[in-house]
Design a protein around this ligand. Structure first.
Ligand code: FCB
Length: 463
């Protein structure tokens, strides 16, 4: 494999606080909605939780050494809001700040640029008790927290990302129930989506007020959906999924409006009166780059009248596809990853090129891409993961192809540095380049895919 990339292209890896840190009761950390969710029997596979996770809170130096050895130029991590404000508002917990302060300096000492996500799903529980993302106030709390982080970490951060995948926070958290806080109410999800958009806009302004020259961004998991046929109703099914999966964020964030077709699709649920005068102007802030997470694609069609299928893409009870009850997804065709997701590098290219055509001036960064497969740790410490290696190579090629076709992409972050707590799948799904031996002192072992990534970075960064 030989790929061409623009000079200065950034390779990195990504992680998220609750998935790796552990130490949930240390140094004044408060409780998050994921502590509550994972400790509720029956919600997470095998009853797993993030209490210990990869113990990164204590092993962060070793983990940064792995990053340095991989040769990445940047590292995308997230801050656990409950470490900074245990109650989600007001008083700052200094030991929480100190942890990220050390982490950021540790990255800079190793020549690695820190990319900081403010919110990767661990909402302080007291805010959820007051309505969580259904409550407009939460947007203002995120802005306050953003200001605290910007003041503490300042311009040592290369890029601040306000939110990770607000679609998941809103629609898996409040409509399907597959994620914390586990509600299944369509209206709650739509309100949450708007308040997340508002939170983003307010947070960008708070960050820029503190650190005027920093880069500000948001990460979306844009859905790549194909129609099952060219019949008008199947094309319309795709439009519906794109409306509530992508446009509900893209349009307000980048164009300052909600799409009229979305408003019509969900008219039975809401009249959007939760959008107040001035909100859209607050939301549409200039962005230095847009983060895109991509794993797989799907095929949608108009649900036939006699269909008994209720599988519309969630495993928490409800459907995340609010306003699209008359849409169904075809079963993915193999080979599949351990998540049951298809492998579609062509879809990756198409998605990136499509977004770049639509917003030609906007810099794009692939903030997550990766695959889960079962791994075996051999007696000699090796982990042979040919499927993950192939997934990585195919997607690196697809990325290069998107750039060749004109997409303005400046970075790629492999998900993930380490095996970790994969939300409602617990530790039963492994996405790491580096294996974590949970039962055996949390030992880290490089998988073949880590060596492959190291080589890819070296080959493409030298020129
Ligand atoms: C994304 C999340 C990330 C991880 C991957 C597999 O949706 O942002 O935390 O769980 O999926």
């Amino acid at each position: 494999m030989s790929i061409q990339l623009p000079k200065g292209f950034t390779w990195g890896t990504a992680t998220a606080s609750y998935q790796i840190e552990g130490a949930v009761n240390e140094d004044g950390r408060g409780t998050s909605i994921w502590d509550t969710y994972s400790h509720t029997p029956g919600l997470v596979l095998n009853g797993d939780n993030g209490d210990v996770a990869c113990d990164h809170y204590h092993r962060w130096e070793e983990d940064l050494d792995h990053l340095a050895r991989l040769g990445v130029q940047a590292y995308r991590f997230s801050v656990a809001w409950p470490r900074i404000q245990p109650l989600g508002a007001g008083a700052v917990n200094q030991p929480g700040i100190d942890f990220y302060d050390r982490l950021v300096d540790g990255l800079l000492d190793r020549g690695i640029r820190p990319i900081c996500t403010l919110y990767h799903w661990d909402l302080p529980q007291p805010l959820e008790d007051a309505g969580g993302w259904q409550n407009r106030e939460t947007a203002y709390r995120l802005a306050e927290y953003a200001q605290i982080i910007a003041a503490a970490l300042g311009d040592r951060i290369d890029t601040y990302t306000t939110l990770n995948e607000p679609w998941c926070s809103a629609f898996l958290g409040y409509a399907s129930g597959a994620h914390a806080p586990g509600l299944t109410e369509a209206l709650a999800a739509l309100k949450a989506a708007h308040h997340l958009n508002l939170a983003h806009g307010l947070a960008v302004q708070a960050i820029r007020a503190k650190v005027p020259n920093t880069k500000a961004s948001i990460t979306l998991n844009l859905h790549k959906v194909r129609p099952a046929s060219l019949a008008p109703e199947d094309l319309d099914a795709v439009r519906q999924i794109e409306a509530v999966g992508n446009e509900i964020f893209l349009r307000p964030l980048l164009e300052g409006c909600y799409p009229s077709d979305l408003i019509a699709d969900v008219a039975d649920i809401t009249d959007f009166s939760f959008v107040q005068d001035g909100d859209l102007a607050e939301i549409k802030q200039p962005l230095d780059c847009l983060g895109i997470n991509y794993y797989s694609s799907s095929v949608a069609r108009r649900r036939p009248n006699d269909s008994t299928s209720t599988a519309t893409g969630g495993h928490g009870g409800g459907s995340p596809w609010v306003g699209a009850d008359n849409v169904e997804f075809l079963d993915p065709t193999g080979p599949l990853t351990d998540m049951g997701w298809n492998i579609d590098p062509q879809g990756f290219t198409e998605l990136l090129v499509g977004v770049s055509k639509r917003y030609p001036d906007l810099e794009l960064v692939v903030t997550e891409n990766g695959s889960a497969f079962p791994d075996t740790l051999e007696a000699d410490g090796s982990v042979h993961d040919p499927k993950r290696v192939a997934y990585l190579e195919w997607h690196a090629e697809a990325l290069a192809e998107a750039i060749r076709l004109g997409a303005k992409i400046t970075g790629y972050y492999a998900w993930s540095l380490l095996d970790n707590f994969e939300w409602s799948w617990g530790y039963a799904r492994r996405f790491g380049l580096i294996h974590v031996d949970y039962g055996n002192g949390q030992a880290r072992h490089w998988k073949d895919s880590a060596y492959r990534y190291q080589k890819l970075i070296a080959e493409t960064s030298a020129s």
